[in-house]
Design a protein. Structure first.
Length: 148
């Protein structure tokens, strides 16, 4: 996840009830959860009007990314499989509802097994979090395509 995406995720997490935040953080890879927890701790004392901030961020995300991220192409999923840990790849495939059986056939066997093991541990994300992740993935893919 890029730093801008992490900051947006931290703002979103800070706006959630602690119990909901804890469940989401527990489902993330440890390193990501640690970085986000640090950012959330930095945001909390600011007493920001988080609902308004999140509305602005959602508007900003819509302006800076595609208006509605489309499901990645097969080639893009292949790029993601080469660059993302299996846990994150599993989450990405779930938010777009990509057919699991079909997807597993496209992946290297060891990576496919790791993704398959990660799916049950991947929680259903709140709509705003899933939408933010879609935008982050779309932005990441566009940078990969530009940089080759």
């Amino acid at each position: 996840m890029n730093y801008q995406g992490e900051r947006k995720a931290a703002l979103l997490l800070a706006s959630l009830h602690r119990r909901d935040r804890g469940r989401i953080m527990a489902a993330l890879p440890v390193a990501t959860a640690r970085r986000l927890a640090l950012l959330v701790r930095q945001v909390e004392p600011l007493a920001l009007p988080l609902e308004e901030v999140m509305s602005e961020l959602e508007g900003d995300a819509g302006a800076s990314a595609v208006s509605s991220p489309e499901s990645p192409s097969l080639m893009e999923m292949g790029l993601l499989a080469k660059r993302l840990p299996a846990e994150w790849f599993a989450r990405v495939s779930l938010i777009w509802g990509i057919d699991k059986t079909f997807l597993l056939e496209l992946l290297e066997p060891d990576y496919a097994r790791a993704v398959e093991r990660a799916w049950p541990a991947s929680p259903t994300l709140p709509n705003r979090v899933a939408r933010s992740l879609k935008y982050a993935v779309s932005e990441y893919l566009s940078r990969l395509e530009v940089n080759g």
